[in-house]
Design a protein around this ligand. Structure first.
Ligand code: AVJ
Length: 322
């Protein structure tokens, strides 16, 4: 077992305080919305792991296919000494990069960063046990807020996989990519996974599976608000909706009230009324075109060195350099 350390950028009170702010802002807006990072308590992280095994949810398998074929090339091209993973979750696909990095002999350190402390500590320990020569330095934090510094020696490769960048709207993406650029030195790397625009049916099924796992994942955000802010949401009174926005090319997940209701959220000093059918937007998941990915990266100061897709062209992985 190699060395493991975990830094906590958010303690319990800060988490509750930031949830309170988001709930007050989002649930007072029209249409109502909540940031998607609040899905991921221990239950939500487990539900997401189940989503990744569903037949309809192709992104995980498509990205794994690319990483399996290209891990050696990624390692050799970048010569990474440190692998940083943002939104690392269970770090399941990352094992492919860890294995290639160890085989190549350059990789010394793994830095996973995630909002979920349960997912992070489990995966940090598992990786330390599987890769005894790689030091693991976990960070519990929010990749949109805690990127002032990144540990590890250069050259570092920052992996942002799964298409999670699609959870940000374009202005947030620009800000996020600029902040990654700012913590990297010249010659360092970004490995970015992006889900691609494709036929609407495939997209809608991926976000509205027949077993209802995505629906439970979606409703979990209401349970998180109940637990942390003493709210009395009845999750079963909300329908899961996946909507494709053809103009902005993103999937929107919503929770729609099945009946009129009033929800009280005492720890946010808030009472929220819902009309029948009124919804909360809980996530956007943007889908990309290759030229759009290149343009957003170029605007942030990255040059694309490699671009791969899976055989069916559903998902893209891009290796970019500062
Ligand atoms: C983990 C953010 C990549 O947007 O596809 C899965 C989350 N939401 N099903 C995605 C998610 C609904 C997922 N990411």
């Amino acid at each position: 077992m190699s060395e493991v350390s975990i830094d906590i950028h958010r303690d319990g009170t800060e988490v509750t305080e930031s949830l309170r702010r988001d709930v007050r802002e989002g649930l007072s807006a029209r249409p109502k919305w909540l940031p998607s990072k609040w899905f991921y308590d221990a239950t939500g992280s487990e539900l997401f792991d189940r989503i990744t095994t569903l037949p309809e949810y192709y992104p995980t398998r498509a990205e794994r296919e690319i990483l399996a074929r290209r891990a050696t090339e990624i390692t050799a091209t970048s010569g990474m000494r440190t692998l940083v993973e943002l939104g690392s979750g269970s770090s399941e696909k990352t094992r492919l990069l860890l294995a290639a990095g160890t085989a190549h002999g350059t990789l010394r350190e793994f830095v996973p960063l995630d909002v979920s402390s349960s997912a992070l500590s489990a995966s940090a320990r598992a990786v330390a046990a599987e890769y005894p020569r790689v030091a693991v330095h976990g960070v519990v934090g929010d990749f949109t807020a805690h990127l002032e510094t990144l540990p590890g020696s250069a050259p570092r490769l920052v992996a942002f996989l799964g298409g999670t960048i699609g959870n940000l709207v374009p202005a947030e993406r620009a800000k996020f990519l600029a902040s990654v650029r700012a913590v990297l030195g010249s010659g360092e790397w970004l490995l970015l996974g992006t889900d691609l625009v494709k036929d609407t049916d495939t997209l809608l099924h991926a976000y509205d599976d027949s077993r209802g796992v995505t629906a439970e994942f979606n409703r979990n955000v209401l349970r998180v608000v109940n637990t942390h802010l003493g709210a009395d949401f009845d999750p079963s009174a909300f329908d899961h909706v996946a909507h494709w926005d053809d103009c902005r090319e993103w999937i929107e997940m919503r929770l729609a009230a099945r009946r009129p209701m009033t929800v009280s959220i005492p720890d946010a000093d808030l009472t929220v009324r819902f009309e029948r059918g009124e919804y909360v937007r809980t996530e956007i998941s943007a889908k990309f075109r290759p030229e759009g990915v290149r343009a957003e990266l170029a605007d942030a100061g990255f040059a694309v060195r490699r671009w791969w897709t899976d055989r069916k062209g559903r998902f893209g992985v891009c290796l970019a350099q500062v």
